[in-house]
Write a protein that binds this ligand. Structure first.
Ligand SMILES: [Zn+2]
Length: 247
């Protein structure tokens, strides 16, 4: 059985309390609900930005369609004007004038078709504009939400980091001059026992595993010297006796 001054064993409980506090803050930092929400918002934002880019591209497509139709309308009108001028001049053979006249008929029909088409595409442009604006607005709203959530997360990280830094200073004082072998044993047990290396003995129970200590072991504990380092038979943790142990 290893030995360590009884006072050091009692002080070890303070070290354990501080270590548990550091562990809790560390765990909180790693599993922050705000960070989880931020990650979700960022994922939604990525989707919203994709949707906005797609809507913007679709708007560009229909705008180009409309421009093409409008250009064609301009060409048809120019040709109509040229034909009309020639026809109005009355110069040329009857056959030519006849051809101009039928071309003007065809152009008129073509223009009417193009104008119908332009109206239809204008409606699609309007729809695409609304869709694109809505998608941009949705992305912007998520961007703002992510910004606010990110600030919240940073604040919480900051608070936890300060708590941890303060606890680490406190720990340095708490373990200063503590029996080295006892500390080494504590660290070893703590590493494999879920962060709890030392626990007090309270009313016949180990506060590490919360199991009752059998009467045989209790009587051994009662007979042990104050500087004997007792280990819980159930969980292997360092079992610290103090005035509240009721021995
Ligand atoms: Zn135990």
């Amino acid at each position: 059985m290893s030995k360590a001054p009884a006072a050091d064993q009692t002080r070890l409980l303070k070290v354990q309390e501080i270590d548990s506090r550091i562990d809790r803050a560390q765990h909180q930092r790693e599993a922050l609900p705000e960070a989880q929400r931020l990650a979700e918002t960022r994922e939604q934002l990525a989707h919203a930005e994709d949707a906005a880019a797609t809507a913007h591209a679709e708007l560009g497509d229909v705008q180009r369609d409309l421009t093409r139709i409008e250009d064609e309308i301009e060409k048809v009108k120019a040709r109509q004007e040229r034909d009309q001028t020639r026809l109005d001049s009355g110069m040329g053979q009857a056959k030519e004038l006849q051809a101009l006249s039928s071309e003007l008929e065809a152009l008129k029909k073509r223009l009417s078709e193009l104008e119908d088409k332009a109206l239809e595409v204008m409606e699609r442009v309007e729809e695409a504009e609304h869709k694109s604006e809505a998608a941009q607005a949705a992305a912007q709203s998520l961007r703002e939400q992510a910004g606010a959530q990110s600030a919240e997360v940073e604040l919480t990280y900051d608070r936890l980091d300060k708590e941890m830094a303060a606890a680490k200073l406190e720990r340095a004082t708490a373990q200063d001059g503590l029996d080295e072998k006892l500390m080494a044993l504590y660290e070893r047990v703590r590493a494999k026992s879920g962060g709890i290396g030392a626990a007090p003995l309270r009313s016949g129970r180990c506060e590490g595993c919360h199991l009752a200590i059998n009467p045989g072991d209790m009587s051994k504990i009662r007979q042990a010297a104050p500087d004997d380092v007792i280990r819980c038979e159930e969980c292997g943790r360092i079992l610290v006796r103090d005035e509240e142990s009721g021995l």
